[in-house]
Design a binder for this molecule. Sequence first.
Ligand SMILES: Nc1ncnc2c1ncn2[C@@H]1O[C@H](COP(=O)(O)OC(=O)CCCC[C@@H]2CCSS2)[C@@H](O)[C@H]1O
Length: 338
Amino acid sequence: MIFIDNNGHTDPRLNLALEEYVLRNFSPTQDYLMFYINEPSIIIGRNQNTLEEINHQYVEDHNIHVVRRISGGGAVYHDFGNLNFSFITKHDGTRLSNFEKFTAPVIRVLRNLGLDAALKGRNDIQVVEKKISGTAQFSTGKRMVSHGTLLYDTDLGEVVNALNVKMSKIQSKGHKSVRSRVANISDYLERSLSIEDFRKLLLEGLYEGNEPFEEYRLTAEEWQGVRELKQEKYDTWDWNYGRSPRFNIQRTKRFPLGEVDLRIFVEKGRIKDFKIYGDFFGKEPLEDLEKLFLGIRYIKEDISSVLQEIYITPYFGSLPKNDFIDLIYGEDEEGVKI
Ligand SMILES: Nc1ncnc2c1ncn2[C@@H]1O[C@H](COP(=O)(O)OC(=O)CCCC[C@@H]2CCSS2)[C@@H](O)[C@H]1O
């Protein structure tokens, strides 16, 4: 096993690019282990609809990154108190989602630290019914990544806030996260340890009985490749949001002049169909209004700039623009509690 040094980077886009770069470019006959800690971020599963998983307003207001990963599963929150481990190995022929093999050594270390940890559900490590780790896998056919989180001393209030979805009435085939009760590992330890001490103990524990892992630092050229992958993929709206499975949104809002009903169909993050029903829009045919939204990204900025152009038209005579943006892209007051 070779331990890959991530150089202490905490940008989730860089860490996920590094993991994918190692998976795709490093020796196919070697096994690798990597640790990384991300600054506050939500890491979305490969097949999820980003908007269905995040509290958009909260995430924006608090500068929380939203990044899609290549592995399946649900959305998780990371901060400086969450340590991620990642095994990048040959595909061992077992069915994906066999998490036992890769979680067993981690569970052993946690048990040695006095925690009553066990693999529960499909992919959770739990301590007394509370989740302290979520895991996921991705395979290229020959190689695979098996990675997981370890909630060490994460701000658990933020986990709830950031993942408290407020966009309602979305229908999609996107993979839905499995909400759980979560806990921090540090709360179960008898002595106090920093996350850095915990990281060291985990690394030592993982190679117990074997030779210490050989450490590898990437060359400048390899880092360049990682940065390119970051730029082409993990930095892009197309990957993080646009790649979501298609979805439908249905919204109704009562304005002083009457009710407006809206149906939007979004594919690859862009509005493909836009239907608006309401009886106070004046005499212009609504198709003209509807057409203006086709092809734009389903994000506040694009919606707002369309409305900018058409604000002074008969449609919007007496409707405040922000109310309209809210109708198309707002968040309901009552979110789904997790
Ligand atoms: N950091 C963290 N760790 C564990 N569980 C979490 C975390 N954040 C949120 N949650 C809880 O898990 C569910 C989602 O569970 P669900 O089972 O749907 O998804 C997962 O566990 C995915 C794990 C992905 C691990 C990758 C490893 C490196 S990059 S991310 C969420 O609604 C919260 O209740």
